[in-house]
Design a protein around this ligand. Structure first.
Ligand code: DX5
Ligand code: ZN
Length: 238
């Protein structure tokens, strides 16, 4: 399975969401954001069923794949989930995450993602309890906490996500102490330069940002400032 580069437990990643990119020139947009320092490309898939919006599918993933050499982080906001997994794996996805409420058999869906050679993660809506992860920790490469309700870019960060991040970080650290295996903790929704330090301090190590990056004229300046804020934050890691 293609490993994402985590250079140890204290490494962090910035994953710009192309939801806020200019879709008429997506190849150029992803090249520019990677040149500006993005670690991953976050790819939001919405189906007008699980969420009230409709975006992009495997063909668009395949189209941008040759433009970048960083991991493509596919966030499936779709129901049902399973049929799309092989299509995204074939289209060049490295990481595939889904919402547990959208799959009948969460353990099986996680297995399917890994069987396709991708890394697997669960996504938690603001009101979704973290208990969903408890019995599938061994099948998780990352956990993604939504800090907005999924469906749209440009929403405000929900402060309740900070407490939830601390809770998820505690579970992940306990699992690491038991097994030595790392699970990444990603956050998605309303992440900005002015709140990213608090989000880092609460335990996130991977930061999705759409409108904060693609909405701005200088991607490199935003990413640089985000990294400076992250570096200056304490972390919830014990
Ligand atoms: C929301 C998406 C997010 C979104 C984030 O459903 O999953 O990835 O693009 O956008 P911002 O950073 O603008 O909140
Ligand atoms: Zn997303």
């Amino acid at each position: 399975m293609p490993a994402f580069t985590t250079s140890g437990p204290d490494s962090t990643r910035i994953a710009p969401s192309i939801l806020s990119a200019d879709f008429s020139r997506l190849g150029e947009e992803v090249r520019n954001v990677v040149a500006a320092g993005a670690d991953w490309i976050h790819f939001d898939v919405m189906d007008n069923h699980y969420v009230p919006n409709l975006t992009i599918g495997p063909m668009v993933c395949e189209a941008i794949r040759p433009h970048v050499n960083v991991p493509i982080d596919v966030h499936l906001m779709v129901e049902p989930v399973d049929a799309l997994i092989p299509l995204f794996a074939k289209a060049g996805a490295d990481i595939i995450t889904f919402h547990p409420e959208a799959s009948r058999h969460v353990d099986r869906t996680l297995g399917l993602i890994r069987d396709q050679g991708c890394q697997a993660g669960l996504v938690f809506n603001p009101a979704t309890p973290l208990d969903w992860m408890d019995y599938v920790m061994d099948k998780l490469d990352l956990v993604l906490l939504m800090s907005v309700n999924p469906g749209f870019g440009g929403q405000s960060f929900l402060p309740s996500a900070l407490d939830k991040l601390r809770h998820a970080r505690t579970k992940i650290e306990r699992y690491r102490a038991d097994t030595g295996r790392e699970i990444l903790l990603e956050v998605d929704g309303g992440v900005k330069v002015d709140n990213i330090a608090a989000i880092r301090a609460a335990g996130a190590d991977t930061f999705v940002a759409g409108s904060a990056i693609f909405g701005k004229p200088d991607y490199a300046a935003v990413i640089k400032e985000m990294r400076a804020q992250i570096a200056g934050a304490g972390t919830a890691r014990a």
